[in-house]
Design a protein around this ligand. Structure first.
Ligand code: FES
Length: 92
């Protein structure tokens, strides 16, 4: 087996990030989808400062986004699903 086959995703998930269609390999987190979509801002702080994922392990809370209408979801702890709708830029 060639190494390129090892890293080729068998299943692709399709979702939207701020109305941008994004394809990610199965098992990818929403943070990965944000990066692929070029959305390097998850939300704004109470002082309107832009924020993005920092720790990647569910501790810092900086990666909160709205997923399928539910606000304050952790992008780093959420696996992408087909048809998922992610919205960034919320205030928290
Ligand atoms: S990146 Fe820190 S909680 Fe998600």
């Amino acid at each position: 087996m060639h190494m390129s086959e090892v890293f080729r995703a068998e299943v692709i998930r399709v979702l939207t990030v701020d109305d941008v269609r994004v394809e990610v390999p199965s098992g990818a987190t929403v943070v990965a989808a944000l990066v692929i979509a070029g959305k390097l801002r998850t939300r704004r702080s109470v002082t309107r400062q832009p924020r993005f994922a920092l720790c990647g392990i569910g501790q810092c809370q900086e990666c909160r986004v709205t997923i399928d209408g539910k606000p304050h979801q952790l992008a780093c702890r959420t696996i992408c699903k087909d048809g998922m709708v992610v919205v960034t830029g919320g205030r928290a």
